[in-house]
Design a protein around this ligand. Structure first.
Ligand SMILES: NC(=O)c1ccc[n+]([C@@H]2O[C@H](COP(=O)([O-])OP(=O)(O)OC[C@H]3O[C@@H](n4cnc5c(N)ncnc54)[C@H](OP(=O)(O)O)[C@@H]3O)[C@@H](O)[C@H]2O)c1
Length: 234
């Protein structure tokens, strides 16, 4: 049975991907910083009744915590086949108002955090000839006002992931980055609601991940943009 590790799996896109991979028959480990949110997510996932779930408190900014988390997955299930480096945050302010703390938080989580997850998972992914997917953003190719920190983190993440793909494919490891537009999640303090119906839903990203995992081994969609097909007109 295949095993997945999803950072930031307690909410939003990560939780949506966890639900889809469980329904596809995989074992799924999720992480996050908040133990209460993790517990709630675990209950929601177990209610699906489709498989095994492991919740691990880990902040992607902490390399040792990421190494320990991945060791836990391999110790429990013997293998790691899929890594979804999804944990991320947004801080939006004009460069004049953006604080040093906000800049550091966004870069440390969205970019260095992914580096930690990737570094920690390479040995297990080499063993399984597995699949690594980073969740970047359309903000990794489109820039906009107030997004200097977020754009920098996601442009960086897209470049990082593409270089990692070239480094790791010789081991039979597949690497892709998914670059979503608006997704109905808790991102940046949002509360998902009925007015979000036009947005991509977290399970749609889950479906995209499941489809990537089923693709013929010879073929690799390495950089995928995905957007709402019918955004409201301004
Ligand atoms: N929503 C969108 O429109 C959208 C569009 C494009 C890309 N994205 C990207 O999608 C990813 C997921 O975001 P989301 O929209 O699903 O937001 P979300 O609903 O706020 O979920 C974020 C998840 O990441 C976790 N997280 C945050 N910081 C973390 C850290 N330092 N260590 C470990 N886990 C951490 C959160 O849990 P804790 O807070 O408990 O740690 C939570 O589980 C992000 O990388 C985001 O940039 C989102």
């Amino acid at each position: 049975m295949k095993t997945a590790y999803i950072t930031g799996g307690s909410k939003g896109i990560g939780l949506g991907v966890a639900k889809t991979l469980l329904s596809e028959g995989m074992r799924v480990a999720i992480t996050g910083r908040d133990s209460v949110a993790l517990k709630q997510a675990e209950e929601e996932l177990l209610k699906l009744g489709t498989g095994e779930v492991l919740c691990i408190q880990s902040d992607v900014r902490d390399m040792t915590a990421e190494q320990n988390a991945i060791q836990q997955v391999v110790a429990k299930w013997g293998q790691l086949d899929v890594v979804i480096a999804n944990a991320g945050v947004g801080k939006f302010a004009s460069i004049e108002d953006l604080t040093v703390e906000d800049w550091k938080q966004v870069i440390d989580i969205n970019l260095t955090g992914v580096f930690h997850t990737v570094k920690a998972s390479i040995p297990a992914l080499k063993d399984s000839k597995g699949y690594l997917i980073t969740i970047a953003s359309l903000a990794g190719t489109n820039f906009f006002p107030t997004a200097s920190a977020y754009n920098a983190s996601k442009f960086g993440l897209v470049g990082f992931t593409q270089a990692v793909m070239l480094d790791l494919r010789k081991y039979g490891i597949k690497v892709s980055t998914i670059m979503p537009g608006s997704v109905a999640t808790y991102f940046n303090g949002h509360i998902p609601n009925d007015a979000d119906a036009w947005k991509i839903q977290p399970e749609d990203i889950g479906q995209m991940v499941a489809d990537l995992l089923k693709m013929n081994p010879r073929t690799l969609p390495s950089k995928i943009e995905v957007r709402p097909s019918m955004p409201p007109s301004k």
